[in-house]
Design a protein around this ligand. Structure first.
Ligand SMILES: *Cc1c(COP(=O)(O)O)cnc(C)c1O
Length: 414
């Protein structure tokens, strides 16, 4: 491109003038039909009705996994996972500083201590190298978050975990039907966790899933999600205090209809996300959202980065200029590292004490800025664009054109 169009932020013509629709209707007669059937059962209890059972069977089949449990949220799924693999007071669980709070809640709720590993600079997940640096005698598990629909580099992580005898939990709340070298994200570790909250690829309002091939873990998960009741007739007694994370038949009814739509949703997001990558990969100072070789992402959103030095502009000014071109691009993802939240920085998970960082734990863990420099750089230099199945190729092309226009202008004139 040799033309140098004036930036919209300076009064030039916008790349795009009409508004961009980045969402659309998600629910229709399919959900309604399932809901009606659920109500007609005259019970909404998950163990008496057919909807939760059906959904569990269908999700397990879609993933080719032996056991699927349905629970009330993604956070609940992760909590079931930490409890099932045996995380208890004083155990360390390694995870990422860029994630939803649910990941951390699942650790702290078991009295576990979150330890933060740094990230791959372009696919935004923890790596075997960064995890290894965090392993101590107290390490029980790692929660790998496949962020924004981009699979983490699992093979080295799985090898490390096996060698060091730590459990692997996959947080797939943002990564439905993501492929890693022929395997689905959520099927490679000991347990995979999913969310059906209203912002994910598919929604049941709120709910979550736990996947595992391990009979023992599946049994513990069943007890843990249901107040310790062994409803399978096994007579098992819970080895722990268990909350109530039971889903209702209504949630499963909606989830069954949503699951039918999932492959189409993911295929369109995959097409659009890959298209955006292809259109910006040669833009100076711009780094696309990296999907590792041999992998397939499902783009919960699109998280790219920019190089403020090369473009001679701050991330915030860059993002403002791109947005002024008429496309929905914003800065960063969560704003702060998880370890900068007061709950962690001030060791205040519970009132009037510093549990679990005291007592049985005994090691001094400090949280605060500087802990994971790569993750902090990701948050500071990333830009985010929506990817949604209701968007068109034209929408994505306009986003790419705006990014190209602003980046090229700044590279020359910044
Ligand atoms: C959404 C999300 C969760 C929590 O799911 P909820 O259903 O909101 O509890 C956990 N981890 C990640 C990475 C998420 O995106």
């Amino acid at each position: 491109m040799d033309a140098k169009p004036a930036l919209a932020i300076h009064g030039g013509e916008k790349v795009r003038t009409e508004p961009m629709k980045t969402s659309g209707p998600r629910f229709d007669e399919q959900e309604l039909k399932e809901l009606k059937e659920a109500l007609d059962q005259q019970t909404l209890f998950y163990w008496f009705g057919e909807k939760v059972k059906t959904f569990r069977r269908q999700f397990a089949a879609m993933y080719g996994v032996k056991h699927c449990h349905m629970v009330t949220s993604g956070t609940a799924a992760l909590h079931v996972a930490t409890a099932s693999v045996g995380v208890g007071p004083g155990d360390e669980v390694i995870t990422t500083p860029i994630t939803d709070q649910g990941t951390i809640i699942a650790i702290l709720a078991q009295g576990g201590v979150p330890i933060f590993a740094d990230l791959d600079p372009h696919n935004y997940a923890v790596t075997a190298k960064s995890i290894e640096k965090c392993i101590t005698k107290k390490t029980k598990a790692v929660i790998v978050v496949h962020l924004a629909g981009s699979p983490a580099d699992m093979d080295p992580i799985l090898r490390l975990a096996k060698r060091r005898k730590i459990k692997v939990i996959e947080d797939c709340a943002q990564s439905y039907l993501c492929w890693y070298k022929g395997r689905l994200a959520g099927t490679m570790g000991d347990i995979g966790c999913f969310s059906l909250n209203d912002f994910k690829h598919i929604s049941a309002g709120d709910a979550g899933m736990v996947l595992t091939n391990d009979d023992e873990l599946a049994g513990r998960a069943q007890l843990f999600l249901d107040k310790g009741y062994a409803r399978d007739g096994s007579g098992r007694r819970p080895p722990f205090l268990a909350p109530n994370y039971r889903p209702s038949e209504l949630h499963a009814a909606v989830a069954i209809a949503q699951l039918r739509k999932l492959p189409g949703i993911v295929a369109q997001r995959n097409r659009l996300g890959d298209r955006l990558t292809a259109s910006i990969k040669d833009v100076p100072g711009i780094f696309p959202h990296k999907v590792l070789p041999g992998c397939k992402g499902s783009y919960w959103f699109y998280l790219g980065r920019m190089d403020p030095k090369r473009l001679k502009v701050s991330r915030d000014d860059f993002v403002k200029a791109v947005a002024a071109e008429g496309v929905p691009v914003s800065g960063g993802y969560i704003g702060k590292m998880v370890y900068e939240y007061p709950v962690l920085m001030e060791h205040r998970a519970f009132e009037n004490c510093s549990y679990p960082w005291d007592g049985v734990y005994g090691r001094k863990v400090k949280y605060g800025p500087g802990l994971c420099p790569v993750a902090e750089a990701i948050e500071a230099t990333s830009w985010r664009a929506p990817i949604n199945e209701n968007m068109s190729e034209k929408d994505v092309d306009d986003i790419a054109a705006a990014i190209r226009k602003v980046a090229c202008w700044h590279e020359r004139n910044g």
